[in-house]
Write a protein that binds this ligand. Sequence first.
Ligand SMILES: Cc1ncc(COP(=O)(O)O)c(C=O)c1O
Length: 361
Amino acid sequence: MSRRPLAHIDLSALQHNLARVKQLAANSQVLAVLKANAYGHGLVQVAQALHQADAFAVARIDEALALRTGGIVKPIVLLEGFYEAAELPVLLANNLQTVVHNQLQLEALEQTPLAGQLKVWLKIDTGMHRLGIAPAQTDEYYRRLWQCATVQPGIRLMSHFCCADELAAPQTLQQLALFQQLCADKAEQCSLANSAGIIAWPQSQLDWVRPGLMLHGISPMLGQLGRDHLLLPVMRLSSRVIAMRQVKQGDTVGYGASWQAKADTVIAVIAIGYGDGYPRHAANGTPVWLNGRIVHLAGRVSMDMITVDLGPEPDATIGDEAVLWGPELPIEQVATAAGTVAYELLCNITPRVDYRYTNIK
Ligand SMILES: Cc1ncc(COP(=O)(O)O)c(C=O)c1O
């Protein structure tokens, strides 16, 4: 029996979540966002399972090339675009679509001779203030891109929400109104909605939706769980109990003696730590699933191990399986206890964790 932590990836749950995206955004095409190793789920395996998606998006060129090497032939969009003109022939050779969000990219497309034409998504900054051209520059960029011999006719327009996960935030409708105004006189396809947009702001779905997190069964909405939106968890992260020990009232556990037993109790040691990607900032009390019940972290997370309080009636033995997050324990709850978001927990999983894929259709 392996004592290495295991990330079990349920590909049928992934496919269910994509079907849910399509149900919620029935009139949109789906650009599935697979950056950061498909949010820690495994880039190529996830792409293969998402054969019902219309296209894929990644942040960087190396992620796109890994998809092509893995045999993925669907359109791929580079969300950050290219960084320098020398990459343009690579984009062309690998049929990669590029976002254009700055002047350097526009000029590179204007000035670099290419043996073909690239599909371009023009990114407009409607309020996120991260990537994108200013709204007032839209017409100029649009016209110049149309004139580029290196750019395919039909420039798509996109923007990104800053606060769509907060229902009370005023920015979302302001961004939507501005984006729609900029798109209004252009007969091009437009894209705005991320997972939160798809779920909470259906009027933002437009021609293409760009789900990332929700494909993995996780709620993008603050304070809600994936199951509230009929999503199924895709990852189940588990490990094993490797030691049990009695501690007396007043004893402390772990580095910094940060947890102290209020009464005599039993502590289980589970073989997972921040060296595997379990969050070091998970507080005392963070939930862990063990033998059908929720127990709680007792003591600091160390590199290879965590310690949980089982109470005076332990009901566990060495070798038992513990679930850190998955169907038994929503990752959203673990993220909250660790003062972070599910996105970060998923991206932080390290190569020490084994992956197993099941339910491949
Ligand atoms: C431009 C863009 N679109 C879509 C997404 C997907 O977002 P989410 O995972 O919240 O659905 C991201 C991810 O951050 C993104 O950067």
